[in-house]
Structure formats: C-alpha cells, structure tokens
Design a protein around this ligand. Structure first.
Ligand SMILES: [Zn+2]
Length: 417
C-alpha cells in the first residue's frame, strides 16, 4: 500500500483547455522535454554510380537512404542516418536498387557512430517480402554487408516490410468495408505535416456508457511487427463471431492504426516530423499527434459518460514482451492482466508470456492509461524477427481471449471509483 501511495504522488492531474474540451495533463516522475526539434530531411533522389551502371532511389514513402557511394567495382556504401539525434538504436533503412545490366552487388551499410545494424534485411519480390538469405549477409564487427543480384527492374531492400500511411489506409478501408453500421471511421486530426490521423470507433447499439478499450500503434515508425499484431487483433474484433458481437454490444473500441504517419512516410527511425518521440509526450501533449488523440479520447469519455478500462499500445522490440504496470488494485480491472496472460498461455501452442512489469516513470501511453484514467495500460511488444505467421496467431488469440474475459466481467465488477 505504501508503494502505491508513493506512486500516486506523481499521478497529479491538472487540467487544461483545448478548444471546448478540457483535457487532463498527467504528471510523471521523470518529465521529458518534448518541445519540437529540428530534423534532417533526406535528399529524395535517384543515386547513380556511372562506372558501375548502378542506381538507387529513396523516392517513395517509407524510404530511408541518405547516400549511396562506390567503394570498389563490386561494392557500394549504403549510408543511412536517423532523422535527428539522440535517438534510440533502431537503424531503419529502405531503398530501391537496380542496374543497367544484370549483376551481383555488395551493399555495405554505414550508420552514424554508436548505431549498429538491427534489422534483418528483407527483399520485396514477386509481390511479397522475404528475408535475405543469411548466406548473403556478412557481419564483421558491427558492419553488415549484403550481397544481392540486381537487374533493370528495381529491387526493394528494407529493414522491415514497408507499411506506409497509404498502405495502412488501404488496409483499414478494406477491413471496415461493409461494417459501417458499427465501425465509425473518422480522421480526428492532422499530423505536423498535414497527414490524416485516423481512428476507428467501434461499437454496436448505443455507445453511451460503454467502457472503452483504446488500441494504439505506429508511434514508432519502423515497428511494423507490432502493427502486424494490431492488425490481427482488430481483425478478430471485427470478425462478426458471436463472441465479437457480444463484446461490441458491451464495450467500445477506439483503434488508432497510425499515430505517426509523418515519421512512417519519411522513413524515420523513431520520431515524428518535429523530431520527437511521441511515446514520451503523454504528459503535457506538446506534439499535434498526441494532443489531438488525447483531446478526441477525452471528448468521447465526457460526451458518452464513460471511461477507458484498457489501453494496448502495439510496438516492436528485440523480443516479444508485454510491458505492464505494477499498480493493479486501483485500476478498473485489477485481475485482467493475470487472467489474460493465463489464457494466452493456455491457448497459444508453446507460448510463454514474457512480462516485464514496472510503473511508468516517463510519459509513455502505458502510464497515461494508468495515472490519467485508472485503466490497465500495456505496451504490447512484438519481436523484430518474430515469424510473421506466429505474430498472426498471437495477435488473434490475444484479441479473442481479451473479448472472452471482458464478456464475463459483470458490469458491477468493473471498479469505477
Ligand atoms: Zn516502440
């Protein structure tokens, strides 16, 4: 109890007014300065190495290639820089490469000092992504060289599968087609560079007083494996089973499929177009993406006299892991995490939940759900290299088991005080 009391000291709420919506700011133990920083834009162009007859391009959404230089007759230097620094170590790259004549080419990656190769390189071939065979990936210390066969037709090479803001839009547009009666699509705002910020507001029947589950993803642009889990999670909620029908009659889901569209399309390693890690801005909301999301969520809660009970924020890291809050008793569903994790282990073959529990000290969404809403907040992390079919299984089963658990919660067993 003493621990909880100590933690609550940092959970002071103070209110500010955006337009007509009064929004609570949430104080954290370790504040983070999220005032905008300059970023270095890539020079969007086609690079050409004359005497090798080799081209490369970064002229597409999600691309990241800062320079492309000849080393010798068989090898080129692929220079990749982040949008600004300091930044966490997620060296993301994506570019197209081709040649006048069919040939072999060695691509030697170069990142700024202190940044290592993180992502297993992938190729986009025959309309699908595949890992570059490890026999063609050479590592010497932290320097990585990749051997590829190239030709006239451009070959896309990327750190992770490219999922641009257009790809995300195409995905959710197809997903919600024919479900307009209960999936309400809206752009809740604009990013710093004017890209749409979409939300899917999902419920059946009357939305008044329905407890809310918030789903977030792509605050961090390269974290597409978390996005893949988000996709499967949402698909399961919208699969029109009787489980999903009962769930959506009882609960409401606010799903945010792309929180940082500028960063995604600019090929950023982590930040938004104003050089800020959005998942450190859940305190005073200096960045437009977070400010407008918080305003939108707050408005729904007030208008429909309800509250958030659960927030899941989908990310990627080196391994599958759920980051949870230690504080449970004061949340709306003190037993949820334990029940959910038990159900995941019982329903996903050969699966052990990897949980890492700590109360958020910095302004991340997980802490915002807890301190700002007494809701269960979880950062749902998928490994960078988790097999894609496995992600589908985990994403789907985690949604199904969440719905089962929530469907069995008696309304009066949700602690609203
Ligand atoms: Zn992340």
């Amino acid at each position: 109890m003493k621990l909880i009391t100590n933690q609550l000291i940092i959970a002071l709420l103070f209110s500010i007014c955006y337009g007509c919506v009064s929004v609570n700011k949430v104080a954290f133990k370790i504040p983070v300065d999220t005032r905008s920083n300059n970023i270095q834009l890539q020079d969007r162009k086609t690079f050409f190495i004359d005497d090798l007859g080799v081209y490369a391009s970064n002229q597409f959404d999600g691309a990241r290639l800062n320079d492309f230089q000849k080393i010798n007759d068989s090898t080129v230097q692929v220079i990749v820089n982040p949008e600004n620094q300091p930044i966490n170590k997620s060296a993301y790259y994506a570019f197209k490469v081709w040649s006048e004549k069919e040939r072999l080419l060695y691509l030697k990656f170069q990142y700024p000092k202190g940044h290592k190769h993180r992502y297993q390189p992938k190729l986009y071939k025959d309309n699908k992504w595949e890992l570059i065979d490890t026999v063609n990936v050479y590592k010497q210390d932290s320097i990585v060289t990749v051997k590829v066969q190239i030709e006239k037709k451009p070959l896309t090479i990327a750190a992770q599968e490219i999922q641009s803001s257009t790809d995300v839009k195409n995905w959710y547009t197809a997903l919600i087609k024919g479900k307009e009666a209960y999936v309400h699509f809206k752009n809740f705002g604009k990013s710093a560079l004017g890209r749409d910020l979409p939300v899917l507001d999902i419920y059946k029947g009357n939305k008044k007083e329905k407890p809310i589950i918030v789903l977030l993803t792509r605050q961090h642009p390269p974290e597409v494996t978390g996005y893949f889990a988000f996709q499967e999670f949402l698909k399961a909620i919208l699969n029109e089973s009787s489980l999903s029908h009962d769930f959506l009659n009882k609960y409401r889901v606010l799903a945010f499929p792309i929180m940082n569209p500028d960063g995604v399309d600019l090929g950023h390693w982590r930040h938004n177009a104003q050089g800020i890690d959005l998942n450190r801005d859940w305190s005073v909301y200096r960045q437009p993406e977070i400010r407008q999301a918080v305003k939108y969520i707050t408005k729904q809660i007030k208008k429909d006299k309800t509250k958030i009970i659960l927030g899941l924020d989908f990310h990627s890291t080196y391994e599958d892991v759920f980051y949870t809050n230690k504080i449970r008793e004061k949340t709306t569903m003190p037993q949820f995490i334990e029940s959910w994790f038990t159900a995941l282990e019982a329903n996903i073959p050969d699966y052990n939940v990897n949980e890492s529990s700590a109360n958020s000290t910095r302004p991340v969404s997980k802490g915002w759900f807890l301190y700002g809403h007494d809701a269960v907040g979880i950062t749902y992390e998928i490994g960078d290299a988790t097999p894609r079919e496995r992600i589908k299984e985990i994403g789907k089963t985690s949604a199904v088991q969440m719905m089962k658990i929530l469907n069995n919660y008696k309304p009066n067993s949700i602690n609203y005080d």
